[in-house]
Ligand binder design. Structure first.
Ligand code: PLP
Length: 387
């Protein structure tokens, strides 16, 4: 019998044991990686080893990994008109974003608002490639930013296809891959990405560390994101978060070794969970079901259910789920992702996200379904979790 069942892995994942051990070791390292003495060199070696581990996770060269304070900052670093390539030093003319991006991309980074254009998604939750093609035809030197998989629905985006048409139109591609590693392969070249964002805390590393990865050194940022001591090859000043970076590296290694097996296990558990959801409430709607999804994510709703109330009811039953994206204010906002998919307001306010991870067990799924049985019964009687 489990006390609590954690089903909010898309908000954050628990630390992997390998990351805990690496973090504890690195916390006792005294040196500053920029110092020339032995202590400093020891810290530098740790950071560079982690850079190799993170690079290996996404098939990049270590020299193309820039550590940041997380996915949000990596997105901010990537989204600037001032990206130069070996062939073209002129600023980017337009930022094209899908309508379902994470808020850290939706805000456009360092692009002026007038240069940012939305690309719609289809009803299945995947970006509309025809609309992207039309937007590319109108844009000069575009930067396209697309997520690898949506954090709410889990829908995997056609990133490689989008990259091919973007490159043919002379554009560059940034992929927010934060939800990918540990759930699906995430090779920067296979995705066709020029720039890739990853975040440690979604894959079993600590919160507050991430990376922007570039495909090759032909891509250049003339403007630092943070000015100061010139760390991260001048792009992002500030003494490195050595312990966090080291733990990120250890988690990246673990993901590389275990991702395929973990993804299969999660898929089987998720299938059981969705079959149970349906058996209990046949009119349940599972969003993005028609598209390819991450193996760990289910976003569902039943008409008449209010998400905030359902999340609290699940919590009281020992189940941690969320109502769409986690929001720092704790306030539940209507999902821009479901709105972009054309979901009706009545269903949209009832969407509950269940996301699994490598420690999720059959017993957790059973606990979830037992709680869902109670909630669905209350809902059918028109009280407790109804709006
Ligand atoms: N991008 C996506 C798709 C996310 O899901 C998140 C976090 O929820 C982020 C970016 C932001 O990452 P971080 O929390 O590391 O800033």
């Amino acid at each position: 019998m489990v006390d609590r069942s954690y089903f909010d892995w898309n908000a954050t994942a628990p630390l992997r044991p390998q990351a805990v051990a690496a973090l504890a070791d690195a916390l006792t390292v005294a040196g500053n990686p920029s110092s020339v003495h032995a202590e400093g060199r020891a810290a530098r070696r740790l950071v560079e080893r982690a850079r190799e581990q993170v690079a290996a996770l996404v098939g990049a060269e270590p020299g193309n990994v820039f550590f940041t304070s997380g996915g949000t900052e990596a997105n901010m670093l990537a989204l600037t008109p001032a990206i130069e390539t070996a062939q073209d030093k002129r600023p980017r003319g337009r930022l094209l974003l899908s309508a379902i991006e994470h808020s850290s991309v939706r805000t456009g980074g360092r692009f002026p608002a007038a240069m940012v254009e939305d690309v719609p998604v289809k009803a299945d939750g995947s970006v509309d490639l025809d609309a992207l093609g039309a937007a590319l035809a109108r844009a000069a030197r575009p930067l396209v930013s697309l997520m690898l998989a949506n954090n709410e629905t889990g829908v995997v985006q056609p990133v490689a296809e989008a990259a091919a048409i973007t490159h043919a139109a002379g554009g560059l591609v940034h992929v927010d891959a934060v939800q990918g590693p540990g759930r699906m392969p995430c090779d920067i070249a296979a995705l066709g990405a020029d720039l890739l964002t990853i975040s440690a805390h979604k894959l079993g590393g600590p919160k507050g560390v991430g990376a922007l990865v570039r495909r090759g050194d032909a891509i250049h940022f003339p403007e630092p994101l943070i000015r100061g001591g010139g760390q991260e090859r001048g792009l992002r000043a500030g003494t490195e978060n050595v312990a966090g970076i080291v733990a990120f590296g250890a988690a990246a290694d673990a993901v590389r070794e275990q991702c395929a097996a973990e993804a299969e296990r999660m898929r089987t558990l998720r299938e059981a969970l969705e079959a149970g959801l349906r058996a209990i409430a046949p009119d349940v709607v599972i969003f993005g079901e028609a598209a390819q999804r991450l193996p760990n994510t289910t976003l569902f709703a039943v008409e008449g259910m209010k998400a905030e109330t359902a999340v609290i009811a699940f919590d009281l039953e020992g189940i941690a789920v969320s109502s769409g994206a986690a929001c720092s204010s704790g306030k539940v906002q209507p999902s821009h992702v479901l709105a972009a998919m054309g979901v009706s307001p009545a269903l949209l306010r009832g969407a509950v996200r269940v996301s699994l991870g490598w420690t999720t067990t059959d017993a957790d799924v059973e606990c979830f379904l037992a709680a869902w049985r109670k909630l669905a019964k209350a809902l059918s009687k028109g009280h407790s979790i109804a709006a």
